[in-house]
Structure formats: C-alpha cells, structure tokens
Design a protein around this ligand. Structure first.
Ligand code: UDX
Length: 440
C-alpha cells in the first residue's frame, strides 16, 4: 500500500521504516530538514536499536523515502499522523498545535477514499474535532494509538501487543484498509480492537496512566520500606508472584520519565478536569507527586551518604537517559538528579552510553565525560539509569579508582551483596544501607 507518515520523530521514523519493512511504499514527511537529510541517507537521528538497519533496507529497496514537502504525500492513500503532543508550557494539558497543523496542511493533498490515521497521543475528544474537515475532502479519519516503548520500538511496531482502531460509526472501509496495512502483524497474532474515537483515544492514556500508577505504587512502598527496615525489591518479588499483580513495572527506583508517561498523566488530568470529572483521576496527581519525590530522595540519599553535604564532593552520575537503550532525556529523572546535585555544589561528572549529546544540549552547565573519567577519584557513585554496562561494573575494579567507595543505586539494579562484599557502602531506594566499608 502507499503510505505517508507525517512527523518523523521517535514515533514516526520507526513507523515509516517498519511499514516499509513489511512491504509498503512509504514516504515520511517532516519539516526538520536536518532530520529528513539524515533519514534519507539511512542515518537514524535517534538512538533506537534496529532502526538503522531498517532504514538502510527500506531505502535500498526504494520502498522508503523521506521529504520535507507535504505535497509528496499526495501519492499515498493512507496518511499516518505521528507528530508530537508535548505538554503545554506552564500548564498540564497537551499542546495540539502540531497535530492541528499536520492535519490541516494535509487536507489540501487528500484524494477521495484516502484514510487519515491519527497515531499521536491526544486528549479524548480530539479526533471528533477533525472529522468534518477530513470527510469534507472525501477522506476518512481513524484514531490508531501507538503503544511502542523506546528501545523496543521496532519490535513493538512490527509485532504490536494489540491494534486499536477508533473509527466513525459504521466505517468498515477504514477497518479493512487498516487490516491490510497491518496484515503481517495480524497474521502473526496481534489482536485488533475496533472502537469509537473516544475509546481509542482513552485506551492510550489509560494504559500509560496504569503503568505510571504501578510504578508510583511500588515507589510509595519504597518510601514505607525506608522507614520500617523493609526491602522493597523483595516485597515486589513477593507480590509480583501473584499473577493478578505481576512483577513487571514494579521496579522501585528514581521513577518514571520520558516523552510519554509524565506528560500523558498530566494531560489526562487536565482533560478530565475540563470534562468536569477531575475527581475520577485525581489520584494521578498523587502518582505524579510520588514520582517526583523519588528524585529528591536520591539527592537526599547522596547527601546523607556524603555526611550531610555534597558541596565540592565529586559525584559520578552514571546514566542520563530516562531509561536504558535510549538517548532520550525528555523529563529524565537521571538528568534531573545530575542537575540537582550540580546545583547543590557537587562536582558532578555525568556519563551515559548514548544520551550525553542530548543532555548537553539541555544542560550545558554540567560536566560530561566517559565512565572512567566520571569514576576517577569520585566521592560517591550514583547509578540513575540501569544500562547493562553499569549493572555489569566490577565492584572491586571500581573500588580501586574511586576516592570513597559509596554507591547509591537509584535503580536497584546492582547486586547489593557483591558491592558490599567488595568493600562498598551500598544504598538502594526502599532498602537498607549495606555497609561493606567497615569490613575492609
Ligand atoms: C511508555 C509505554 O510503556 C508505551 O506503551 C507508550 O507507548 C509510551 O510510554 P516508554 O516511555 O518508552 O513507553 O518507556 P517505559 O518502558 O514504559 O518506561 C517509562 C519509565 O518508567 C522509564 O523512565 C522507566 O525507567 C520507568 N520504570 C519502568 C520504572 O521506574 N520502573 C519500572 O518498573 C518500569
């Protein structure tokens, strides 16, 4: 099928490449010429495992093209809207300016029978506001939310857990066309749920609100564990064995960040308040507050471990991305912790396998360097993103290069016993400090 993808960011670039890989002819459109030049040359502007290979293959077969000119979407019949919906400045709601501009500009290029497919995360009620304008062009509108996780975006796009199509009443034609677009995934077993617009829009924010709540739930338990002598990681293992609860998304730590969870729960709250149903999701404000408190707690823990002040102490911050396998620092708890420690006068040297470039753009005041530079003569080491290279660090070897063997494991991703056995003072979140320094 001939497909256009409007917006080539974390979502759109992957969607375009994935659609080409399953045999469609795809044109990706974005206003950012630097991004389009990179993509056209087969270079991924973001760090996303598997994407470079998919781009190269798509470009080589001639099935994948990129352009800054929306008129190039004219030959396509299915148009995916994959632009961002960031948080409004100084408010919790979603900024729909990019969605509005993408759909409005696309109208002039639509032909009879085309389908416009919204993938962007939007407040419930948004699709309905564009329906009339799209239908006036003889086209149809569908809302088809995306559930991809950064770091696994290629797999999640090619083999989605589920496909959700929000369609206008009785629009079986769009359902058939989307089934054709996603034929490979459907044949491989991805279930399809067809609904109205509102349900499809809500599915996305409800899923992210649930995930955020699950993380904040375990982080709230971590707060209680900290004052009672309990261990939240064992607690998570124990409750996670209950299949109704499940162990996934119960990792207590510095909390969630990224381009989705934080802004989605805020936008959901803002929309519910507009609808007069603020109380239904009032708990999401608590979810947000618990999450933000964890960042403060990490800074507090580093301060406690350093004897009450971080001033002029060298702190190695390992991790800047909001999670491993990503270069994304949007609303990253790791970057936030680095900035806070730096603001308190610590000599922070921050590092990350992929996210230093993006972090430097946002916070040029921080000192960045490779891992060995960060660790050399450090008074404390803070692990804030659970990259495999940090989980695999040899505590004995690191002990030899730091000034003081203090490690704050803000992701509970290190083996506390082996770090303590190697002579470290180990402090996790929601767990008791293990003082291995006394033994050595
Ligand atoms: C999320 C949703 O998972 C995805 O379905 C949706 O389409 C977009 O938002 P993503 O932002 O890529 O995806 O990351 P995710 O893997 O969900 O992690 C979100 C944040 O939660 C990260 O900062 C991660 O470190 C944190 N997290 C996750 C925890 O703190 N504990 C956990 O147990 C799991």
């Amino acid at each position: 099928m001939k497909i256009s993808v409007i917006g080539c960011g974390y979502l759109g670039a992957v969607h375009a490449a994935a659609m080409a890989s399953v045999g469609h002819d795809v044109i990706g459109v974005d206003l950012d010429s630097a991004k389009i030049n990179a993509l056209s040359a087969g270079r991924s502007p973001i760090y996303e495992p598997g994407l470079p290979e998919l781009l190269t293959a798509g470009i080589e077969t001639g099935r994948l093209k990129f352009s800054t000119d929306l008129a190039d979407a004219r030959d396509a019949h299915i148009h995916f809207i994959a632009v961002g919906t960031p948080q409004l400045q100084n408010a919790g709601g979603a900024d729909l300016a990019y969605v509005d501009s993408a759909i409005t500009s696309l109208l002039a290029h639509l032909s009879d029978g085309d389908v416009v497919v919204g993938k962007s995360t939007v407040p419930v009620g948004t699709a309905e506001t564009f329906r009339e304008a799209v239908e006036a062009r003889g086209a149809r509108l569908v809302w088809n939310p995306e559930f991809l996780r950064e770091g696994f975006a290629v797999k999640d796009t090619i083999e989605p857990d589920r496909l959700v199509y929000g369609v206008a009443d009785g629009d079986t034609t769009s359902v058939e066309k989307l089934n054709e677009v996603y034929a490979t995934a459907i044949e491989a077993g991805s279930p399809v749920i067809v609904s109205d617009f509102a349900t499809a829009e809500l599915v996305k924010v409800a899923a992210n609100a649930f995930l955020a709540t699950k993380i904040s739930f375990i982080n709230a338990m971590a707060e209680i564990a900290e004052v009672t002598g309990a261990d939240v990681t064992k607690l998570a293992d124990a409750i996670g064995h209950d299949k109704r609860i499940g162990r996934k998304f119960l990792n207590a730590g510095v909390g969630f960040g990224g381009g989705c969870l934080p802004k989605d729960i805020r936008a959901f709250t803002a929309r519910a308040e507009e609808l007069g149903r603020g109380e239904s999701v009032a708990f999401l404000k608590e979810v947000d507050a618990i999450n933000l408190r964890r960042r403060e707690r990490v800074v507090e823990l580093v301060t406690e471990e350093l004897g009450g002040s971080v001033f002029q102490k060298k702190v190695a911050v390992l991790g800047l991305a909001f999670k491993p396998n990503s270069d994304d620092v949007r609303d990253s708890p790791a970057l936030d912790v680095a900035v806070r420690l730096n603001g308190l006068g610590a000599n922070v040297v921050a590092t990350d396998p992929q996210a230093m470039k993006n972090a430097r753009q946002l916070h040029p005041q921080l000192v960045y360097g490779p891992t060995d530079e960060a660790l050399a003569d450090a008074d404390a080491v803070v692990v804030v993103t659970e990259w495999p290279e940090y989980k695999d660090l040899d505590p004995a070897a690191v002990h030899r290069v730091v000034r003081t063997p203090i490690v704050v494991d803000a992701r509970n991703c290190l083996d506390a016993d082996s770090w303590a056995a190697a002579g470290w003072e180990y402090a996790g979140l929601g767990r008791q400090v293990k003082n291995g320094r006394e033994a050595t």
